[in-house]
Design a protein around this ligand. Structure first.
Ligand code: GAR
Length: 189
């Protein structure tokens, strides 16, 4: 069976992208990484991906209309034959038009147990609320921020003395296990 071609969008460190790339190296992976793209020219994840020999594409949106920026990203993804877009720390909102063009084929990892804590500062908000568990979710991207159908979640405990940073580290380790598994399931649908 042909592997589904995945395009990853990121804005920074790229540790989730690395987990997806490493999982795609397995002989039985149902997906292959066709492109790693970023809105940040200096994103550490892009340098890592390029060093792995992956195709990379960077485009700063500065000084451009959002629609023009997204048209370039869209063209790069289509040129690479991408069938599924996996957002991995991509910190820019996609327009409704972009989401519509890729309807049902964009997934995202978010550092909370959705529907709790959409948006930013998820770990600080979970601690402030006195929650006993935190976690991460992989979901379909729709026009509603962090609002699409949840495909899978992983929970971690919130421990006494946790800070947003210590909790983020624990959640991130869970993200690296969850995201490759859920993407593999999604790619075989
Ligand atoms: C991850 O924790 C991811 O869940 C989060 O950004 C981090 C990216 O880390 N994404 C969001 O907050 C999206 N709203 P990474 O660059 O090391 O993968």
């Amino acid at each position: 069976m042909a592997r589904k071609k995945v395009g990853i969008l990121l804005s920074g460190r790229g540790s989730n992208m690395m987990a997806l790339v490493q999982a795609a190296q397995a002989n039985d992976s149902p997906y292959a990484i066709a492109l790693v793209a970023s809105d940040k020219l200096e994103a550490p994840g892009i340098a890592w991906a390029a060093a792995q020999g992956l195709s990379v594409f960077t485009q700063s949106p500065k000084g451009m209309a959002k629609s023009d920026y997204e048209a370039l990203i869209d063209a790069a993804l289509r040129d690479a034959g991408v069938e599924i877009i996996a957002l991995a720390g991509y910190m820019r909102l996609l327009s409704d038009a972009f989401v519509a063009r890729w309807r049902g084929r964009i997934i995202n990892i978010h550092p909370s147990l959705l529907p709790k804590y959409k948006g930013l500062d998820t770990h600080a908000r979970a601690i402030a609320a006195g929650d006993a568990v935190a976690g991460c979710s992989v979901h379909i991207v729709t026009e509603e921020l962090d609002g699409g159908a949840v495909l899978g979640q992983a929970e971690v405990p919130i421990l006494p003395g946790d800070t947003a940073d210590s909790l983020a580290d624990r959640v991130l380790a869970a993200e690296h296990r969850l995201y490759p598994r859920i993407l593999a399931e999604f790619a075989t649908q």
